[in-house]
Design a protein around this ligand. Structure first.
Ligand code: DC
Length: 693
């Protein structure tokens, strides 16, 4: 699932429910670093699990901090107490600005005074993100900083001899108008060297993204450092300041991540239940909480309390607004998406910093919004978005994400286009880049979202026993990011439950009652393969030959099949379903977008089953296995209800000579041509040809 090349979302018609937000990225990486620099041990709870925090944790470990994980996103960090434990290290920091900038400042100061040589590098995009203003602030202090690539950009080497002196008498000058992270980096690091005198930092140029400085100051205070402040221009670290661990600290939910769900509430939670967020609320120290005001200005109805937010639709369509979003640069991207659902243009200014983020976000947003049918004007520091002029102007678009988590999360908001009167599926390319801050974003979103069942695509894979359809279906579902239904497991569970309850395998009425009340639970992420029946894990018991035989008998009974029908339909949830069995394409999902029927030879299937049994240490005889398979095929074929046969429109796949990868590529190739997204694009292209020039 990790390398998912694309995720198709069907048109989504509504949303409601509760989301627990992952921890704030900005807070997580700041407190991880502060705990790593402080003396003693700090317990951090609800820390974000993501690419950006992982690189910080790895860096702390490399630098000799104690790093232990606990339950539920907790970490115990034993800090360095301001003394370097390791004097040379090469740190890879991915694309995490929140790791690169503060670690550069801290290690520059430590290398200069205690001696050492540290290299900081990241992914290619990190090497295009500026750090020159921070380097320019540190060099006059006496820090030796080598740019190993382009001057002003990572990778950097920070080095010095033990006993080096820092010039801290003069105020340190730093620019504030490119990224507030330079000031944050200095404020987080300077307490390392404040034993002798006050250290003043002066900000030149307008200070952008100021709320992030408030987070920095609030967290420094939690670690015992009271920075004195004169407006936005001068900050003083008092003499004698040193980090004091607060012992334990909770990270609040990410307010920027909250913005997507507030938007979902404003767009899609009509009438009844709102979208409720837990983990962040009115008591937040994060600047992006001010997104709530901007969303309200566009018409959202938002209620907040400590640790929670509820959003629902207010004004509809939303109102186009003009806003200076300097104070909420990250969450402002969400406003640009909400603009799709407004009754006029939305103009977002004060966002020059978008150009130096994970990607050039102004250019990226403009390109992708235009693909959807919006009209966009973009400038050096603003973007203006007018919604598609009519429902028919919405386009089924493949949205590129530029390895930018926020582009991917934003893109998903376009899937609610039915609420603007349109009806187009959406494709999000490389969706897994959300791992930077919200690895389960799409699962959380789709857990809230509703779609018309007919719009949720189904890929049916039917075939005889031991044809490898289970493996093929699971791999295909993983590649598409779809849910998985192993319908055989439902018949097997019915057979197993019958054995537990002493119900005869021909007692149709009682078996149907059993099937109708099966208490089955599938492991997280559906594809994990673990299954519980009445609270007992039965993953292995279901695979036993005896269970398969019982399943083959109960599955011939019409009342059992009827009882399991609704349960199977309930698996059809956004973004889509891969279902395997005998009658997925012919009976249960007759409208499946693609039906595959496997036709591996019985000799080959007996061979595979034989190998599988040997690998489990069970001895068997190929001739017996073959006879057994033939008998089951025959019973499945002959039965009156849902007999094993390809649906009229199924594509036959003889996988006797194919390995699993080849089978999966074949099925994915067929899917590429037949997916609802592809069909919508074809319709659009035809309509375009017919339209007058
Ligand atoms: O695919 P499997 O071996 O797990 O299936 C177990 C039995 O259930 C098999 O004998 C046929 C039956 N079955 C069915 O009748 N219809 C389905 N959709 C899936 C399985």
């Amino acid at each position: 699932m990790h390398g998912l090349p694309q995720l198709d979302l069907p048109p989504l018609t509504g949303a409601s429910g509760t989301v627990r937000l992952p921890g704030s990225k900005s807070i997580s990486n700041r407190v991880l670093l502060l705990a790593g620099l402080a003396a003693g041990t700090t317990e951090l709870h609800d820390v974000l699990t993501s690419d950006d925090t992982q690189v910080m944790l790895d860096a702390l470990r490399t630098l000799g901090c104690g790093v232990e994980s606990g339950a539920r996103a907790s970490w115990r960090i034993r800090g360095l107490g301001g003394r370097l434990a390791v004097h040379t290290a090469d740190l890879f920091l991915g694309n995490a600005g929140t790791a690169m900038r503060p670690l550069a400042a801290a290690l520059a100061l430590l290398a200069t005074t205690q001696g050492g040589s540290f290299t900081l590098r990241g992914v290619p995009r990190m090497h295009e993100r500026p750090i020159g203003d921070l380097v320019d602030a540190l060099r006059p202090l006496g820090c030796t900083i080598d740019a190993l690539g382009t001057p002003g950009f990572p990778p950097l080497r920070l080095r010095g001899e033990a006993g080096g002196r820092l010039q801290l008498e003069q105020p340190i000058r730093v620019r504030g108008d490119v990224s507030s992270q330079f000031l944050t980096a200095l404020l987080l690091a300077l307490p390392l060297v404040a034993e002798a005198h006050d250290i003043a930092v002066e900000v030149h140029g307008e200070l952008i993204s100021r709320p992030y400085i408030e987070i920095t100051l609030a967290l420094l205070a939690r670690f015992g450092i009271a920075v004195r402040r004169c407006g936005d221009a001068r900050f003083v670290i008092p003499q004698g300041a040193s980090y004091r661990s607060p012992g334990s600290l909770h990270v609040e939910g990410d307010a920027s991540s909250a913005s997507y769900f507030i938007a979902v509430g404003a767009i899609a939670a009509a009438g009844g239940a709102p979208v409720r967020l837990e983990g962040v609320g009115s008591d937040s120290i994060q600047g992006d909480i001010a997104f709530v005001d901007a969303a309200r200005a566009m018409g959202a109805q938002v209620a907040c309390g400590p640790g929670w937010i509820e959003a629902r639709r207010g004004r509809w369509p939303l109102a186009g607004i003009t806003i200076d979003a300097n104070h909420i640069p990250d969450a402002a991207m969400t406003l640009a998406m909400m603009a799709l659902y407004a009754d006029g243009p939305t103009r977002i200014t004060g966002i020059a910093s978008w150009r130096v983020k994970e990607t050039d976000r102004i250019a990226a947003m403009a390109t992708e919004l235009r693909k959807l049918g919006a009209t966009v004007v973009a400038g050096a520091d603003f973007i203006e978005v007018a919604p598609p002029p009519a429902p028919g102007a919405w386009r089924a678009a493949a949205i590129a994400t530029y390895d930018d988590h926020r582009m991917a999360m934003c893109a998903s908001l376009a899937a609610f286009n039915p609420l603007a009167g349109a009806h187009v599926p959406l494709r999000i390319l490389e969706p897994r880049c959300v791992a930077k801050t919200f690895p389960d974003y799409f699962e959380a979103l789709l857990g809230l979202a509703q779609a018309a069942s007919a719009d949720v695509p189904v890929l049916a894979i039917d075939g005889p026993t031991a044809s490898g359809k289970g493996t093929l279906a699971a791999a295909t579902a993983g590649a598409l990011g779809f849910h998985l239904l192993d319908s055989g497991a439902l018949y097997r569970a019915t057979g197993l439950a019958a054995g537990w309850d002493g119900v005869a395998l021909d007692d149709e009425e009682r078996l149907a009652a059993l099937a109708a009340t099966l208490d089955l639970r599938f492991g997280q992420g559906d594809a994990s393969g673990r299954i519980w029946l009445r609270g007992r894990e039965v993953s292995d018991a279901l695979r036993l030959e005896a269970t398969g035989l019982a399943a083959s008998r109960v599955s011939a009974l019409p009342a059992v099949r009827r009882a399991l029908h609704g349960l199977q339909l309930a698996f059809r949830r956004p973004p889509g379903l891969v279902a395997d069995g005998r009658d997925m394409g012919s009976v249960v999902f007759p409208d499946a977008a693609l039906k595959v029927f496997l036709t591996a030879s019985v000799a080959e299937r007996a061979e595979r089953r034989h190998k599988q049994l040997i690998s489990k240490g069970i001895s068997s005889n190929i001739a017996d296995l073959r006879a057994d398979l033939e008998a089951r095929d025959e019973r499945d074929r002959r039965r009156a209800v849902a007999p094993l046969k390809p649906a009229a429109d199924a594509l036959l796949l003889d996988n006797s000579q194919l390995d699993i990868d080849a089978s999966v590529s074949c099925v994915l190739g067929w899917w590429q041509e037949r997916s609802p997204f592809e069909r919508a694009r074809e319709r659009q292209a035809r309509a375009g040809e017919m339209a007058p020039p």
